[in-house]
Design a protein around this ligand. Structure first.
Ligand SMILES: C[S@@+](CC[C@H](N)C(=O)[O-])C[C@H]1O[C@@H](n2cnc3c(N)ncnc32)[C@H](O)[C@@H]1O
Length: 360
């Protein structure tokens, strides 16, 4: 905080990231050199737990830009009168710093970013590695045009492309590092093929079973990629990876007592375990005064809802809550491994959305 005005500035934000140990190596200098405000348009929204709220007035704008919060820059893919869902943003700075640290980019490396967004990450990478070594692809042409303007205005000229980042970038050849700044439901092997053997892929995964997690994958000589989950992450999904709604059979709920407090299910370790054991089961949650309320759904119309201190209600075919409790018991019997004990393997044999594996 700058003492003179009592207003938080960009240097304050960078100092905060450094104090939290998130800016190793040359990243401190790089963040200092690239002010976030140069990449934020005037019309933005703040992400609240249940909606996006327009940011009104310069003071609010500056406070948000210099905070460790994402800044939403597009709603509903740019459509007027949509439901107000964030579809592009300048990501949370501490998340950006964590991901760039996991990327382990070194002098001379060529990097591909998927999801140019506002251009801020592309600018940080350009400052670190040089414009020539940075490629960034954005699906939305309006977002891409604005990013190109922001980057040029800040003095950076990385390679930019408008298109689907899941598809190979014609003529670039394999890069040393790939960073996805939109969340993937699974890691397509087509992404891994864009990275040389020995290279690294860093991406946020948005798993059905409530969790968002960062993964760091190391590309092997045989073209597979594997590596650990590195903590939680909440990112907007890659467009083709958005989850469609589950049709739930809401008639005739069957009540029973919960065998496990739903709040206990909300660790990243269990989310990764259950995501692998119960593919296709979606779970969302909300904090309550006493614990948590969760809703689980499955493609076949099965659903369950449970709240700390209350009964469970199950709908549709099967007994979804029993399945979840069974997974919890198995997980408990394994000693409740933390997220750092899980990893992901991506092979060329089709998509591997369920390939969460136990490490060690
Ligand atoms: C969180 S924003 C990226 C933030 C950005 N790195 C920055 O520095 O501001 C995610 C972006 O991914 C883009 N996106 C979604 N699906 C994509 C795809 N298939 N290929 C490329 N970009 C995509 C969205 O349009 C959105 O702009």
């Amino acid at each position: 905080m700058s003492a003179a005005q009592g207003v938080r500035t960009y240097p304050d934000l960078v100092q905060d990231l450094a104090d939290r140990g998130l800016l190793g190596g040359r990243w401190r200098q790089v963040f200092d050199a690239v002010p976030r405000s140069l990449f934020i348009p005037s019309d933005v929204w703040q992400q609240l737990p249940d909606r996006c709220e327009p940011v009104v007035g310069t003071d609010h704008w500056l406070a948000l830009v210099n905070s460790d919060e994402p800044v939403v820059t597009q709603l509903d893919d740019g459509a007027e009168d949509g439901p107000g869902i964030a579809t592009s943003s300048n990501s949370q700075p501490s998340m950006v710093a964590r991901m760039l640290g996991l990327l382990q980019a070194e002098d001379g490396h060529r990097v591909l970013e998927i999801g140019t967004g506002t251009g801020y990450v592309a600018a940080l990478l350009s400052e670190r590695l040089g414009d020539e070594r940075v490629h960034s692809v954005e699906l939305d042409p309006v977002v891409a045009r604005q990013a190109a303007e922001f980057l040029a205005g800040a003095g950076y000229r990385p390679h930019l492309r408008v298109g689907d980042g899941e598809q190979p970038w014609p003529g670039t050849g394999p890069v040393d590092r790939l960073i996805a700044t939109c969340a993937l439901r699974y890691v397509p092997h087509a992404l891994v093929r864009q990275v040389r053997a020995g290279g690294i892929v860093v991406a946020p995964l948005a798993r059905d079973f409530w969790s968002g997690a960062l993964v760091q994958l190391h590309v092997q000589d045989d073209g597979t990629a594997l590596g650990p989950f590195c903590g939680g992450a909440s990112y907007m999904p890659m467009r083709a990876h958005r989850a469609g709604p589950h049709r739930v059979d809401g008639a005739g709920g069957r009540a029973r007592a919960a065998g496990v407090d739903p709040a206990r299910l909300l660790t990243l370790g269990f989310a990764l375990y259950a995501g692998a054991r119960l593919p296709g089961v979606r779970l969302v949650h909300q904090d309550t005064a006493d614990g948590a309320r969760v809703w689980a759904t499955r493609e076949d119309g099965a659903a369950a809802t449970a709240e700390t201190g209350g009964d469970v209600l199950q709908y549709g075919p099967g007994l979804l809550w029993e399945d979840i409790e069974q997974s919890w018991l198995e997980y408990d019997a394994l000693g409740r491994p933390g997220h750092e004990q899980f990893g992901l393997t991506v092979t060329g044999r089709g998509s591997v959305s369920g390939s969460v594996i136990r490490m060690g």
